[in-house]
Write a protein that binds this ligand. Structure first.
Ligand SMILES: Nc1ncnc2c1ncn2[C@@H]1O[C@H](COP(=O)(O)OS(=O)(=O)O)[C@@H](OP(=O)(O)O)[C@H]1O
Ligand SMILES: Nc1ncnc2c1ncn2[C@@H]1O[C@H](COP(=O)(O)OP(=O)(O)O)[C@@H](O)[C@H]1O
Length: 637
């Protein structure tokens, strides 16, 4: 054979090659050679062992291999590892990989038998628990066979070997051997393959599979290895991938998010913006499908490497093709990082209306060929972690969708930008300086607001629900009404806001219906508001519909725990405080509050029909009557 085409196989195929070359798959000595894309190949369920060990060559390489009588397989650095005869698939090893952590533990079956014949052979795919170690201890001299091939171990290969060696050191007579047995997405066939490989290594000695112990404890040293290998989401490398049309807001949101992360500190960030990458890493590439794919794979490769070391990469190319985005996801996950996909889903009409760079006009005029959205496709991602349409929204508001999703996923815990945004205007919006000199979170501000000569400023009550269109507006209007009935209209002021509220939406019409029979006015003037830091500072007490709303606030403002309650919790906490009212009552309730359990929540009636609205209204009204009777100055009714 001469002038064979070269091909670098997938990690799975490289593992299979090593087992074929070392005789670990005996009697199998050849690949089933296939031609085609990554989906070529067998129907998984009825796979024979022969067809499981397949090598898929791209069509052009396959044709060249057929013409030349074979293909030379090289490792990712180009080192020739083996020749494979085509057709037939017989493997002729050229060299073994000489590098990689714990390489000296990768023994062929012949080497392993020479050193360890007569022992019990124990396959290992995860760190051993204390109970499993106890089981091994009863087996006498053992070989722990760490199965480290692609897709097989629960830990990374190197962590599995490290953890297994630590266990072996605690046993009287245990050796460790590493075998790159890969998984082929067919659990049954892979199990059969594993049994065959272990039998080859054991050569007639006993093979013992350990009982599963999914909830077992690890010895401390092993637990440290496992913890380091499976970092908590907020310690994991992370690739934040913004995709969307040109002008959708990818760069703007990515930049704003990076600022937030940098302001918080504690993490390094690398930015790979679409335009910037095209001037550097991808200079010279066009906007053809092939070049776009190359561009995205380059970005993905760099981002994956950053994530491998626990870093954070923020990338914002158009990335119009689903398959390339999936490839990046796979690269990042293979590197041990997390991949978080943000679809900036601003529609084409809005992007074109913005036309910040004048490119859409040129594309429409035919001056730019293959322009995404106009003359080149954009495949909408089905697997986005969050979707943000920026149309008609402020940047902080749109950014908060990303911040909330990142927090929910456990990757990053950043303060909401709409709350930050409110900090500056908050100073002007606060009560006059003569009344409040230095408002503080907690109770000091309301205590300070109590002035001499028996004159008290009104008590400030803030109601909070999700969108500030249903429950919290009902609370605000009803509370004002009930305070009027109690003669406390001047003593207490009410506002409401939503944790995820939009600005200036009217009250939900179904909820409005519940106000009318109660004779409660004011909904025509009502407009929704997002919760801001200013509102929280204004309030002497914050009463939320649900425990989740309370938690949402406390996550960002933990110091406010004595003044944020669910409405139900607040009423429960009133018991035994009959002699107090106003700020003193709030101080006492803050100190003796009950738990904000979810069964005290006011259920969300939004879009659940008129009965649900009436139930919520009745629940809120009874709670408010109890709360306000206690809060209102005594003798005011
Ligand atoms: N034909 C065509 N189609 C789309 N975009 C074009 C094109 N020609 C130039 N531009 C400008 O290049 C930016 C997109 O580059 P990307 O690297 O993000 O694109 S891709 O992911 O490789 O598809 C894109 O920038 P953003 O507006 O930041 O998305 C455009 O400004
Ligand atoms: N809510 C919003 N979020 C992000 N961008 C917005 C928003 N509202 C308006 N814009 C504007 O839209 C444009 C988006 O441009 P850019 O971020 O460069 O998009 P892309 O990187 O997707 O091409 C900017 O001019 C930005 O100010």
């Amino acid at each position: 054979m001469s002038a064979l085409p070269q091909f670098c196989p997938t990690p799975r195929e490289l593992d299979d090659l090593e087992l074929l070359a070392t005789g670990a798959l005996a009697p199998l000595t050849s690949f089933t050679v296939l031609s085609g894309g990554p989906t070529a190949g067998r129907g998984a369920s009825e796979a024979s062992l022969e067809s499981l060990i397949s090598l898929t060559l791209p069509e052009d390489v396959h044709a060249a291999a057929e013409a030349a009588g074979g293909v030379e397989l090289v490792d990712p650095e180009g080192l020739p590892l083996a020749r494979v005869v085509v057709p037939g698939g017989t493997v002729e090893p050229l060299t073994h990989a000489q590098y990689g952590p714990f390489r000296d533990l990768y023994l062929t079956p012949a080497q392993a038998r020479e050193q360890y014949a007569g022992r019990t052979w124990v396959p290992v795919t995860d760190a051993l628990t204390e109970a499993q170690v106890g089981q091994v201890r009863c087996l006498g001299p053992v070989v722990l066979v760490a199965l480290v091939g692609t897709g097989t171990p629960d830990l990374s290969p190197v962590a599995l070997i490290r953890a297994t060696r630590l266990v072996a050191q605690t046993l009287p007579d245990a050796a460790v051997v590493a075998v790159p047995l890969a998984a082929h997405d067919d659990p049954q066939a892979d199990h059969a393959l594993g049994v065959q490989v272990l039998a080859t290594y054991a050569g007639g000695d006993p093979v013992v599979a350990l009982a599963d112990d999914p909830d077992g404890d690890y010895a401390d040293v092993v637990a440290d290895v496992v913890a380091a290998d499976r970092p908590a989401p907020d310690e994991q490398g992370l690739v934040l991938f913004f995709t969307g049309l040109s002008g959708s807001g990818k760069s703007t949101l990515a930049r704003a998010l990076m600022d937030k992360i940098l302001e918080q500190g504690g993490r390094t960030i690398t930015s790979l913006d679409g335009d910037v990458v095209r001037r550097n890493l991808s200079a010279g590439l066009t906007f053809s499908k092939a070049d776009r794919e190359t561009n995205i794979r380059r970005i993905g490769w760099v981002a994956a490497e950053i994530s491998r070391h626990g870093g954070l990469a923020v990338v914002s190319p158009i990335a119009p093709f689903d398959e390339t985005r999936q490839q990046v996801r796979a690269m990042v996950e293979e590197a041990g990082g997390a991949f978080f996909l943000v679809h900036v889903a601003t529609p084409l009409e809005e992007c074109e209306r913005r036309d910040r760079k004048g490119l859409y006009a040129k594309a429409r005029a035919g001056e730019i060929p293959e322009f995404t959205g106009i003359s080149s496709p954009y495949e909408v991602p089905e697997d986005a972690d969050v979707r943000v349409d920026t149309t008609g929204r402020s940047i902080p508001d749109a950014l908060d969708d990303v911040i909330v999703a990142l927090k929910d996923a456990g990757y990053l815990d950043l303060p909401l930008s709409t709350i930050d945004e409110a900090t500056a205007p908050a100073v002007e919006q606060r009560a006059p300086a003569s009344v409040v000199e230095t408002p503080q979170p907690g109770w000091s501000s309301s205590d300070e607001r109590q002035r001499g000569a028996g004159v008290e400023t009104p008590l400030h009550v803030l109601f909070v629900c999700t969108a500030n269109i249903c429950r919290s507006p009902f609370m605000e209007l009803t509370a004002r009404h009930v305070a009027g009935e109690l003669g406390a209209a001047d003593a207490i002021e009410f506002r409401s806001a939503g944790t995820h509220g939009f600005t200036d939406h009217p009250m939900n019409p179904e909820m409005v219906v519940t106000l009318q029979p109660r004779g409660i006015a004011g909904h025509e003037e009502f407009r929704s508001r997002p919760l801001t830091k200013a509102e929280l500072e204004w309030a002497d007490v914050v009463l939320t519909a649900e425990a989740d709303h309370r938690q949402f606030i406390l996550d960002d403002h933990p110091a406010l725990f004595r003044k944020v309650f669910t409405l139900g919790q607040f009423v429960e906490s009133l018991s035994g405080q009959d002699d107090l009212h106003g700020p003193e009552l709030l101080t006492a309730v803050g100190a003796h509050r009950t738990t904000a359990s979810a069964d005290l929540d006011v259920a969300d009636p939004y879009r659940r029909g008129p009965e649900a609205c009436e139930r919520a209204a009745a629940h809120i009204e009874s709670l408010l009557r109890a709360a306000l009777a206690a809060l209102a100055p005594k003798g005011s009714a």
